[in-house]
Design a protein around this ligand. Structure first.
Ligand code: AMP
Length: 116
């Protein structure tokens, strides 16, 4: 069983967040330290620590994360110009919060994907 992080408290609204969307599978809220004009995190309501922990049982939830990301991007007015979706995994991936999350970044040209 994966351990809860601060994101579980956000899902349950026990701590404040700028929440944009929630349904029975996923929750989306603005990143507290935005790296772009639009920087939103889309997370499963169920605790899944990392991409390395996903199973076939999670496929509906993981698919929902993409459809919600696309909807929010349209709502943010960034879908025509485009945007970036990032999921960091573990240490080398730069993951800090061990509750899987998709970063939705946009609103400006984001440049090269990975620094050399
Ligand atoms: P990662 O490095 O991929 O694990 O990203 C974690 C992200 O969570 C970072 O971009 C943080 O700014 C963001 N974050 C951490 N705590 C909060 C919070 N309470 N509300 C919103 N975003 C948060």
């Amino acid at each position: 069983m994966s351990e809860e992080t601060i994101f579980s408290k956000i899902i349950r609204k026990e701590i404040p967040s700028d929440m944009l969307y929630q349904d029975e599978l996923v929750t989306a809220f603005r990143d507290i330290t935005p790296q772009a004009p639009s920087h939103i995190l889309i997370i499963p309501n169920k605790v899944i620590a990392t991409v390395d922990d996903v199973t076939t049982d999670d496929e509906l939830t993981l698919g929902r994360m993409f459809t919600v990301a696309a909807k929010i991007a349209r709502d943010e007015g960034i879908s025509d110009d485009g945007y970036r979706l990032i999921v960091n995994c573990k240490d080398h991936g730069g993951q800090e919060v061990y509750h899987i999350h998709m970063h939705l970044l946009g609103g400006r040209p984001l440049g090269a994907m990975v620094k050399r």
